[in-house]
Design a protein around this ligand. Structure first.
Ligand SMILES: Nc1ncnc2c1ncn2[C@@H]1O[C@H](COP(=O)(O)OP(=O)(O)O)[C@@H](O)[C@H]1O
Ligand SMILES: [Mg+2]
Length: 245
């Protein structure tokens, strides 16, 4: 099994506040990792270091053989290979759904318009939105916009997808449609790192759960083990708090 992403003794500070402490972990090709933990534990910081939205102070993050924070690493090239879906949808409002998906492959990869259009159609079918190709983002629900955001990321054929709370900004009735697209991606073998509070998704889809607190991963385990016999007292408390809410 090959390693897709490796965090090696990563430390990061925001000023005097240490947000990540000696963090080491790896994600294998095809693995689905769900990162969970209390608010402020460093989950977003960690995931944002992978595509260098956040710098690190020391340590190393290696993605597919490339030292992400290395001084000679070309940022634009790196980001085309890492799909990232955030809490907010960030679609381009003035172009259609299909154009949103066609833009990067045409601009960055030099894909011909006809091919990009065909690929957009296939991706929209995959996320269940074939009928919305010519709509504008504002005409879609939040759940639909987030599915377009996933299709747009997939258009670059990234070997890995990062998700930072992709369903947190959605009305409850739209959460399921987004999780179901993520679930099918996982089943197709996509390597995924997902920050989410959706514990049913974590239980069903994750290969590995990372539990974070105070900038460290306190526990890495399978969902079965994490949800039935969490080892770390902080993880036990986190899960019992979730259950009592
Ligand atoms: N840009 C920033 N400047 C200063 N502190 C930050 C910044 N971003 C996050 N933090 C702090 O770092 C800690 C981890 O934040 P974050 O990674 O967003 O946690 P999580 O995603 O787990 O809620 C928090 O204490 C937060 O206040
Ligand atoms: Mg966060």
């Amino acid at each position: 099994m090959s390693t897709m992403i490796m965090f090696n003794q990563v430390n990061k500070w925001y000023g005097a506040y240490q947000a990540l402490t000696d963090l080491s972990a790896e994600i294998n090709t095809g693995e689905v990792v769900v990162v969970c933990g209390p608010s402020g534990s460093g989950k977003s910081t960690l995931i944002r270091t992978v595509n260098r939205l956040e710098p690190i102070d020391n340590g190393q993050i290696v993605f597919d053989g490339t030292d992400i924070h290395g001084s000679s690493t070309r940022l634009n090239q790196l980001r085309t290979r890492i799909g990232f879906v955030f809490q907010s949808f960030n679609l381009f409002p003035h172009v259609s759904v299909a154009e949103n998906i066609m833009m990067s492959p045409m601009k960055v990869l030099g894909m011909k318009r006809a091919e990009a259009r065909q690929q957009a159609g296939e991706l929209l079918e995959r996320v269940g939105l074939s009928h919305k190709a010519d709509a504008y983002p504002a005409q879609l629900s939040g759940g639909q916009q987030q599915r377009v955001a996933i299709a747009r990321a997939l258009a670059m054929k990234p070997p890995v997808m990062l998700f930072d709370e992709p369903t947190s900004a959605l009305d409850p009735e739209m959460v399921g449609e987004v999780l179901s697209v993520m679930r099918s991606l996982a089943q197709e073998g996509m390597t995924m790192m997902c920050v989410t509070h959706e514990m049913n998704f974590a239980r069903e889809v994750a290969d590995t759960i990372w539990f974070m607190d105070q900038g460290q991963i306190l526990e890495k385990s399978t969902p079965e083990k994490f949800f039935t016999q969490p080892q770390h007292p902080r993880a036990q408390r986190f899960l019992s708090d979730l259950r009592s809410h």
